[in-house]
Ligand binder design. Structure first.
Ligand code: DOR
Ligand code: ZN
Length: 330
């Protein structure tokens, strides 16, 4: 049996820079027609010029002939004129609360002081992608951030707001109240809970932000995705870090899932009896929510066992060593 996926899209991806970018980009470019590229570089992507340079660097990596990087800007206070100029070159602006995750130090400190930029974004039709966590207790950070989503959704009813990498039942519920809010869900948050991260031996390769939550939260995410929720799309949040940044004190947050995404998603959807909903999750819902017309690209998966490698050079992939039922037809 085979599955053909039309123009798969990864709506949340970290490609990094330099050698790391060259190593990881081909995995995403080989599976996806396009991906939303996160701007949290060492020097954040916070101008049109930086976005153009970064896009060019990405497109010089291997396998990218038929791959579209959808660029984002790092949220700061932008003028209306800056946003008018940027509008056609970006898919959205990514907001990080200051210091909440990797390379987010230049993020937002005062959420009541950014209304002018949000107003311009609403007027100009530029989506707002948010890493929605407070600095509170780690398991409550997403829940505590929900009032800010609510406030933005009500104050800017025509602004498309995307709750990135949601992990809680509460976030899923919020979608029902606001038509202008969407969400992305990662592969790993559809599979693991906090128990997998710290319940046995500490698993640095499963440490990410937001941290995986409770069995109830996992069930809520699965129920939403496996019922074809029309506001939820796939975003891997694949976030590679070299071994010495993972296997150390002060382990960096991030799961490197890029090499395994489509075969593993096929397995999950098949196990849930919902293979028919995979196309929506992996592309169609994102196209509707973002009004995208992606590159034409068909990816075929075949039912042929594939063992996920233990390592890709210095990077450990999500699911390392696991044997999957599906593999990508090359
Ligand atoms: O786990 C994470 N890693 N979460 C983020 O929000 C950022 C990312 C990264 O850039 O490493
Ligand atoms: Zn991310």
């Amino acid at each position: 049996m085979r599955i053909i996926l039309h123009s798969p899209l990864d709506m949340h991806l970290h490609l990094r820079q330099g050698e790391m970018m060259q190593a990881v980009t081909p995995f995403s470019a080989g599976q996806f027609a396009g991906a939303v590229i996160m701007p949290n570089l060492v020097s954040p992507v916070d101008s049109l010029e930086k976005a153009a340079v970064y896009k060019k660097e990405i497109l010089q990596c291997g396998n990218t002939e038929n791959f579209r990087p959808y660029m984002t800007l790092f949220f700061k206070q932008y003028s209306r004129q800056e946003l008018i100029e940027a509008r056609d070159s970006i898919i959205g602006i990514k907001l990080y609360p200051a210091g909440i995750t990797t390379q987010s130090e230049k993020g937002v400190t005062d959420f009541s002081a950014i209304n002018s930029t949000l107003g311009y974004m609403e007027e100009l039709g530029i989506p707002l992608l948010i890493h929605g966590e407070t600095a509170g207790f780690v398991m409550d950070r997403e829940k505590e951030f929900l009032p800010i989503y609510r406030q933005f959704a009500e104050d800017f009813p025509n602004l498309h707001i995307i709750m990135e990498h949601i992990t809680t039942a509460d976030a899923v519920q919020l979608l029902d109240r606001y038509a202008n809010i969407s969400a992305t869900v990662t592969l790993h948050h559809l599979m693991i809970t906090l128990d997998d991260v710290i319940g046995g031996q500490l698993e640095p390769d499963l440490f990410c932000k937001p941290i995986a939550k409770t069995p109830k939260d996992l069930a809520a995410l699965q129920d939403a995705v496996f019922s074809g929720h029309p506001q939820i799309m796939f975003g891997s949040d694949s976030a590679p870090h070299p071994r010495h940044k993972k296997e150390c004190c002060g382990c960096a947050a991030g799961i490197f899932s890029a090499p395994v995404i489509l075969p593993l998603l096929a397995e999950l959807f098949e196990d849930a009896g919902k293979l028919n909903l995979l196309q929506g999750f992996i592309s169609d819902i994102a196209c509707t929510r973002y009004a995208l017309q992606p590159l034409e690209k068909n990816i075929t998966l075949e039912q042929k066992p594939w063992k996920i490698p233990e390592l890709y050079n210095d990077l450990k992939p999500f699911g390392a060593g696991r044997v999957l039922r599906w593999s990508q037809l090359q």
